[in-house]
Design a protein around this ligand. Structure first.
Ligand code: PGA
Length: 251
């Protein structure tokens, strides 16, 4: 059985001070959580968040990682820096990075390899835009993102990898893919992984849904066979909402 993983993606929200406040609100609410719980916070809040999380079962995540070890890469943050701050998970290839900051399947692949090399657990995002969906290109787009994003990644490496399927049109829009639809598409991603990396890898791989996931739809989404968790943007900024998603089973 795959252990569900619910991760908050705070994006460019929360100063270090605000991060500590939110984490302190969140901690008691998810104490008995069954899923794995992660908060991915801005770089400047990592140290403070890491300290605030000490002794809790919530894990610390970052929102990106450089592909190089160190050197002349102004504005980038290395895996080693993240590890020292206590980071365990890292989001790679979020659609906002792809859309606004020139992230490509190739750069995703490089960042992914670097994260794995240093022992960070990657949450790799894939998903189609509205235009791609309307032109019936969803599967073609996902296939390219998976084959190129995970190029030269071994089946062994997949043990530490989480994929987040986030249809771009559902992010921050209030529009969610229907649970059936999300399940079908995630099933397609799983079948792709099976073809290239084998049945065992595909079976063990955790694939999250992301895009306007909230307390009101978490249970239905999480009940789906292929959906193993959520990557939560907006709702992760409110302790009660995020906790309600984490505790979807008990509600
Ligand atoms: P949302 O964002 O939950 O606000 O739609 C999800 C994400 O971008 O990871």
């Amino acid at each position: 059985m795959r252990k569900p993983i619910i991760a908050g993606n705070w994006k460019m929200n929360k100063t270090a001070t605000e991060a500590v406040k939110l984490i302190n609100e969140l901690k008691p609410l998810v104490e008995r959580a069954k899923p794995e719980v992660v908060v991915c916070v801005p770089y400047t809040a990592l140290w403070a968040a890491g300290e605030a999380l000490e002794g809790s079962k919530i894990k610390l995540g970052a929102e990106n990682v450089a592909w190089a070890d160190s050197g002349a890469f102004t504005g980038e943050i290395s895996a080693e820096m993240l590890l020292e701050a206590g980071v365990e998970y890292v989001i790679i290839g979020h659609s906002e990075r792809r859309q606004y900051f020139g992230e490509t399947d190739e750069s995703v692949n490089k960042r992914l390899k670097q994260a794995l090399k240093l022992g960070l657990k990657p949450i790799v995002c894939v998903g189609e835009t509205l235009e791609e969906r309307e032109k019936n290109r969803t599967r073609r787009v996902l296939k390219k993102q998976v084959l190129e994003g995970f190029k030269d990644i071994s089946a062994e490496d997949f043990k530490d990898i989480v994929i987040a399927y986030e249809p771009v049109w559902a992010i921050g829009t209030g529009k969610t893919a229907t649970a059936e639809d999300a399940n079908k598409t995630i099933g397609f991603i799983r079948s792709l992984v099976r073809k290239v990396w084998g049945a065992e890898t595909a079976k063990a791989l955790r694939i999250q849904y992301g895009g306007s996931m909230k307390p009101g739809n978490a249970k239905e989404l999480m009940a789906m066979r292929h959906i193993d968790g959520g990557l939560i943007g907006g709702a992760s900024l409110v302790a009660k909402d995020f906790a309600d998603i984490v505790n979807y089973k008990e509600r």
